[in-house]
Structure formats: C-alpha cells, structure tokens
Design a binder for this molecule. Structure first.
Ligand code: CA
Ligand code: CA
Length: 171
C-alpha cells in the first residue's frame, strides 16, 4: 500500500469515530452513537440495555482517551488518533478488544433480538446507524459471518470491528 492509500484509510477510520463530523473525537461522539443505536432498535435509554449501552460507550471513550488523548484536553485530534490510537492498537489488538468489548456487548444485547446471535441484517442496521454506507455495511456484515451460519457471534463481531476501525492494512 502506498502512503496516500494509507492516509485515505486512516482518514476514513477517523471519520468513523468522529460521528458528528466536527473534526475531533470526544465523548459526544460515543454517546451520540449510543443514542442512535437505541433509536434504531426502539430501546429506551432508561432501561437496563440502554444504560449498559451508555456505560459501554463511556468506557470506550475513556479507553480511547487513555490511549490517544496525549495532551489531555478530552479531544482526540486526527494527529493524536494516528500517532496514538492507530499505532498502539495495531501493536496490541487485544487492548482494543478490552476497551471496545463492553460497548459491543451492549450493542449485541440490543441488536440480537431473538437471543440466538446477531443476524447479518441486524449487523447491517448497526453499521448504517454508525454512518457506514449501505453497500459497505452489507459487505462488512456478510464478511463478519465467517462460518456462513447467518449469525454473528460476539467474537466474530469484535474481530471484525477491530479489523475495520483499527487496522488500516485490512479492507
Ligand atoms: Ca466529533
Ligand atoms: Ca487531545
């Protein structure tokens, strides 16, 4: 991959976290994502699943800030994202799993509507709500179902999530 391709992929990952598009990643992006997912699946913020999602989003933000917010201003700039998050998480994917898991676990509790594991269409809905293009969401969702049983387990979701958001070398 040449450097411009690398830069383009980093930019798209940054944009995926910068949900409100104001040029930096902060707590609002995570709480906004939680609110959008609750709205999509008609779950209230007050119920147990809603509260788990918000606390998972807060933990995800705290983990991201701990890794990448070098100057401690509660904002992760693009430069901080590149030097902090991308490099460190690429070197230690397990760390990403640790900080993302509570959020993802809460998303799954909401999107897995029959308790049998998330379906491919449910994952597509989550990805579209988070700003992934419809075509991209469909491709990612079906790709996550690596064993082709039509369901996506928490481990499959976490692996795919880490690959998409953190590892720019992978499509
Ligand atoms: Ca933002
Ligand atoms: Ca900062």
């Amino acid at each position: 991959m040449d450097s411009s391709e690398y830069e383009r992929k980093i930019a798209s990952r940054f944009a995926a976290f910068d949900q409100d598009g104001n040029g930096y990643i902060d707590r609002q992006d995570f709480s906004g994502a939680a609110a959008a997912i609750l709205s999509e699946f008609s779950v209230t913020a007050r119920c147990g699943k809603g509260q788990d999602l918000y606390s998972g989003a807060e933990a995800f933000w705290q983990g991201m800030a701990g890794i990448a917010d070098v100057d401690g201003d509660q904002r992760v700039t693009r430069q901080e994202f590149i030097t902090g998050a991308v490099k460190r998480l690429r070197d230690n994917p397990q760390r990403f799993a640790e900080i993302a898991r509570p959020f993802l676990h809460a998303v799954i509790a909401i999107a897995d509507e029959d308790g049998q594991g998330m379906t491919v269409p449910a994952v597509e809905r989550v990805l579209r709500v988070l700003g992934v293009s419809p075509g991209g969401a469909a491709a990612v969702a079906s790709g996550l179902d690596s064993d082709g049983d039509g369901r996506i387990s928490e481990e499959q979701a976490l692996a795919g999530f880490a690959a998409y958001y953190v590892t720019p070398e992978q499509p």
